[in-house]
Design a protein around this ligand. Structure first.
Ligand code: MG
Length: 398
């Protein structure tokens, strides 16, 4: 503390990967909200896929000196709008950004296993990683989690369920956990019949009842693949076996998940469904600051309901447990097969029900091997994409 007044720590330098997506936009909102607090952040790098207009606006608003764009054909347009800013472009752009720009904090919000190399790099650089990119842990948790420990990095979950568990576990030993329970909204097909789900349209699948998110995660929520990915993510984040991770359907999305301890006590984390809350917690951990979500008015709540998931209509959950038990490249295969199948569904090449079917087929067709390097994981990822894309080509939609 200086004599002249309050002494604030220097702003921590932050890179945001996936800045133009739903989590990225919310992250920038939180960074703006934290201005003038002890947790002020200086955004030094932004990476996006192809939304150039929004990336330009973000870079100007936050005076960001380094930007990355995955679609290389957009680099010239980006550079001419941002003179004096370093532009990285192409498949490796996000990785190059993390490799070459000095920063302490990363928010990893790229969609899909495309975010893996940059997140691994951030781990090796000892950064504090706010992880929204669940596919990274699913595809290569056995590489990412040791790298985090070895390089003294920190992994703080941004996914609302995992943030909830992270908050509930604060200071607790892993041994005292009886089980964790991930809540799921149930998505748009919670009450649909098996046949309705099988033949659901893109429009129906994109209509999520409680969360406003990008297309990939919204489709994943409708198929329950999102929850399946989260089961595997939880396995890596909290070092828990498959039989200690449960799922319950909670349509109101107010209880974000809970932990049952050895003494049968249960701790839950609750709040309005607003991603800015877990994002802010990851950025200010272990402190809690004034939040930017709306205040929860308990008098408006008529009730919180919970029901077990239906494994018959939603086959994805069972696959997640199989993936954890299989280990090795099973996670990478599972994730990549799903990414390729979701892409095919969004392009209306397959029926909604085929997403889960194709993922199950990829898992039984492709040999699982131990993950000894990033290349092994990425190879398995590619094999699974090839498998699904070949199967999609053979599909003739009626
Ligand atoms: Mg989630």
């Amino acid at each position: 503390m200086s004599q002249t007044g309050q002494h604030r720590p220097a702003p921590r330098r932050l890179i945001v990967l996936g800045s133009t997506g739903s989590i990225g936009v919310n992250t920038l909102d939180v960074v703006g909200h934290l201005r003038g607090t002890d947790h002020e952040l200086d955004i030094v790098g932004l990476a996006a896929g192809r939304n150039v207009p929004l990336l330009i606006e973000q870079a100007k608003t936050f005076d960001v000196k380094h930007v990355a764009i995955a679609d290389a054909s957009l680099a010239t347009q980006l550079q001419s709008a941002l003179p004096g800013v370093t532009v990285f472009s192409g498949d490796q752009a996000a990785l190059e950004l993390v490799e070459s720009v000095e920063a302490q904090e990363l928010v990893a919000a790229v969609v899909g296993s495309a975010g893996l190399p940059a997140t691994m790099c951030a781990a090796k650089r000892g950064m504090t990683i706010g992880l929204a990119n669940k596919e990274t842990l699913v595809a290569a948790g056995s590489l990412v989690t040791p790298a985090i420990r070895q390089h003294n990095a920190k992994l703080i979950p941004v996914d609302s369920e995992h943030s909830a568990i992270f908050q509930c576990l604060d200071g607790q030993q892993n041994q005292s956990i009886k089980r964790i329970v991930l809540t799921a909204s149930g998505g748009p097909f919670r009450e649909a019949t098996k046949e309705q789900i099988q033949n659901a349209t893109v429009k129906e699948a994109l209509n999520h009842p409680t969360w406003d998110m990008g297309p990939k995660i919204t489709i994943d929520s409708a198929s329950m693949m999102n929850k399946a990915l989260e089961i595997i993510e939880a396995h890596w984040l909290f070092d828990l076996p498959s039989d200690k991770i449960d799922v319950i359907i909670h349509p109101q999305s107010i209880v974000h998940s809970f932990v049952e301890f050895a003494d049968n006590s249960i701790l839950a984390q609750l709040g309005p469904p607003d991603m800015r809350t877990p994002i802010q917690y990851a950025l200010t951990y272990p402190q809690r600051l004034e939040g930017c979500s709306r205040h929860m008015d308990w008098t408006e709540l008529s009730g919180l309901t919970f029901e077990p998931p239906d494994h018959d209509r939603f086959g994805a959950l069972k696959l997640a447990y199989e993936v954890i038990d299989a280990g090795g490249t099973a996670g990478a295969i599972f994730n990549a097969a799903n990414e390729a199948a979701v892409d095919a569904f969004l392009k209306e090449k397959i029926r909604f029900g085929q997403i889960t079917e194709l993922v199950a087929q990829a898992l039984s067709a492709i040999t699982v091997t131990p993950v000894d390097s990033l290349e092994t994981a990425m190879d398995a990822d590619q094999q699974a994409r090839d498998f699904v894309n070949t199967a999609v080509k053979k599909t003739v939609l009626m």
